[in-house]
Design a protein around this ligand. Structure first.
Ligand code: FAD
Length: 455
């Protein structure tokens, strides 16, 4: 907590998600007087209720699935008995320090920043209120307040003890059954974890497919994978009513059918609120859903925004990328402006879905001449050996002769994605990509055969 009585700083950072924490520390190390404010834990969602604990859960669930694959490949391992307490302990002790941010506070303080736990709000140019105390920011204010779970207006839902990502990640014990509202990346990842630990899971997605922002082929294959894990996937039907009788939930769907479950997880997206952090005081419309930023992440003179609130991609890597741009802008250093054409994203299901840039449908909407190539993983030697399901798809702008998007779905799809992200970001000519040597027998050799299908 701040003991500083000086209320004037060069930079005030409101919200310390991954980007805010990084830039507060970096600017302090560069000698600026930085006030870093968070109303909860320094580091934000990612280390405490997001990426890191969820990936720990996924690693554990994948190890169970891998053990079960011994049969058919290598013999038998006897009975595989899941024990959630091992995962819960690891999340508590190794990932989150029992949801305590003292280590992060100390790290930031050591870099020279003044850290304050409290709720910050811009009240005017260069002026911030933190729980009733006014601070001046002579160089400017950076907001990194993230998002909160978006809870849909379903009759009865708000009166029930539904779970969000916070409760499921903090869970010491798992329920017998779970309904997951929302078939996006978070809903799919957590559903698969739960199912692999023996929970009876139903996913309800109002859109006509899960992972609706990615390629349809990925949605189709992921449904098959989730079903193989025993998950029931209901698409094209939303929930209309939710009730809780003290021990279990009843969810009534739009088609009149009902689902019963011990727990209900709401994973229907995230909501940003720019006005809550005071961006309306510097000209952002009070009903704006995201903070409008230019290619230096400036909202207006002396105000920057980074992370989920910018609407450029709700990922830790976007938050960190934008933080780097803000650091340079504040310090007056040169550097490339923000660009998002090669935005990578990974859904860490098994199989993993790694994607970069545009999907085929997005490309066809924007470009006159689009070509695609698809390699089923089973047609690569390594995919066949591994009995791996998935595909590699490349989307090319035929007029420019470059890739504008790609998907790698399969084991380590997010790693195979690396090569495709370089191609899209670097705008490497397709002919040049075709002329390179692809190691044998790798999954990424599927890129070569997908490229061969382009004219
Ligand atoms: C279950 C789950 C899994 C995820 N997995 C991944 C993944 O694998 N990879 C990935 O890239 N991303 C993942 N994400 C997304 C990732 O967590 C976020 O994109 C990331 O945390 C970046 O968010 P942010 O920088 O906008 O801020 P956040 O991390 O949301 O942090 C914002 C901080 O601001 C604080 N705050 C808000 N308002 C105020 C205020 N007025 N005053 C003071 N403090 C305030 C909050 O307390 C919080 O600490 C996942 C998210 C979830 C929920």
């Amino acid at each position: 907590m701040a003991t500083d009585t000086d209320h004037t700083f060069d930079i005030v950072v409101i919200g310390l998600g991954p980007g805010g924490e990084y830039l507060a520390g970096t600017l302090a190390e560069r000698g600026l007087r930085v006030l870093a404010v968070d109303r909860n834990l320094v580091g934000g969602e990612c280390p405490y209720w997001g990426c890191i604990p969820s990936k720990m859960m996924i690693r554990a669930a994948d190890s169970l699935a891998e053990a079960r694959r011994v049969e058919g490949l290598a013999g038998s391992v006897g009975e595989v008995r899941p024990d959630w307490s091992v995962v819960a302990k690891r999340i508590r002790e190794e990932a989150t320090d029992s949801w305590n941010d003292q280590v992060a506070v100390d790290r930031l303080t050591k870099k020279g920043a003044t850290v304050l736990h409290g709720t910050g709000r811009i009240t005017g140019p260069g002026e911030v209120d933190v729980d009733g105390t006014t601070y001046a920011a002579t160089k400017g204010v950076v907001v990194n307040p993230g998002t909160t779970p978006s809870v849909p207006p379903i009759e009865g839902l708000r009166e029930t003890p539904y779970w969000t990502n916070h409760e499921i990640i903090e869970a010491d014990e798992l329920p017998d059954s779970l309904v997951v509202l929302g078939g996006g990346a978070i809903g799919c990842e957590l559903s698969q974890v739960m199912a692999r630990f023996g929970v009876e899971v139903t996913v309800v997605e109002a859109a006509d497919r899960i992972l609706s922002l990615e390629e349809p082929e990925a949605s189709e294959k992921l449904v098959a994978a989730l079903e193989a894990d025993g998950i029931t996937v209901r698409t094209g039907v939303g929930a209309e009513k939710v009730s809780h009788d003290g021990s279990s939930f009843t969810i009534t769907l739009a088609d009149g059918s009902t689902l019963e479950a011990e727990r209900l997880l709401v994973a229907t997206g995230r909501r940003a609120d720019p006005a809550a952090v005071g961006l309306d005081a510097v000209g952002v419309p009070s009903d704006a859903r995201t903070a409008p930023v230019d290619d230096r992440c400036r909202v207006t003179d002396g105000v920057w925004a980074v992370g989920d609130i910018t609407g450029k991609g709700a990922f830790t890597h976007v938050s960190m990328y934008q933080a780097g741009i803000v650091v340079r802008d504040v310090l007056g250093d040169d550097g490339p402006p923000a660009e998002y054409a090669a935005l990578p994203r990974v859904t860490f299901t098994d199989p993993e879905v790694g994607a970069v840039g545009m999907t085929e449908a997005q490309a066809r909407e924007k470009l006159a001449n689009v070509e695609v190539g698809v390699t089923p993983l089973g047609e690569t030697t390594r995919g066949w050996i591994a009995k791996a399901d998935g595909f590699i798809k490349v989307v090319a702008d035929a007029d420019r002769g470059i890739l504008v998007g790609a998907t790698a779905m399969g084991p380590a799809g997010g790693e195979v994605l690396g090569a495709l992200a370089v191609a899209v970001h670097g705008q490497v000519p397709v002919d040049r990509l075709r002329s390179m040597i692809y190691a044998y027998p790798t999954l990424h050799r599927g890129i070569e055969t997908a490229l061969a299908q382009l004219d």
